[in-house]
Design a protein around this ligand. Sequence first.
Ligand code: COA
Length: 156
Amino acid sequence: MTEILVRLATVDDTAGLASLLRSIGWFGRISEEPPEKTVEKVTAALALALAGDSHAIWVAEGADGRVLAYAAAHWLPYLFLPGPEGYLSELFVREEARGQGVGSRLLEAVKAEAKRRGCSRLQLVNFRQRESYQRGFYAKAGWEERPDGASFVLYL
Ligand SMILES: CC(C)(COP(=O)(O)OP(=O)(O)OC[C@H]1O[C@@H](n2cnc3c(N)ncnc32)[C@H](O)[C@@H]1OP(=O)(O)O)[C@@H](O)C(=O)NCCC(=O)NCCS
């Protein structure tokens, strides 16, 4: 594997993150909008994420400085847990960089930070039709699927 640096994102990663997101091709709205619009939205989201201590975004950077992947996590105080919950909301690796340990490195970074913060657990949603689910990406990393839980969403 080529040399990969995993580090926290900064505003300088805006263009790299927007380009990565557009390359994933899963999101109709993003594919249809002009690239400047994606940059604008990533700029706004990054500003929110970097403003406080409740969010963290990591990037995996290739030897040439290109953003190859990112992960976003959010730290949620829970009254009934002994420590906060970390919610992993996004983890994307550029197609050409998959299967080389980059996603696993990011997952480890999230886990290490969650432990450092005294989190009780990490949580995420992984759709069963995704390759990541079918290849057991999270299960291999020790995550447990909770068969008794239903995932709800209210679109606004
Ligand atoms: C799923 C994903 C994050 C895994 O990151 P990765 O860098 O490709 O994975 P790693 O190289 O660290 O490999 C770890 C495991 O991931 C799985 N994996 C490897 N390549 C994969 C691929 N192209 N797609 C899905 N899962 C893959 C395998 O189970 C692998 O374990 P193995 O080596 O024992 O077979 C990445 O492939 C990706 O971004 N896929 C598209 C977006 C996505 O599914 N995001 C997560 C759910 S929202």
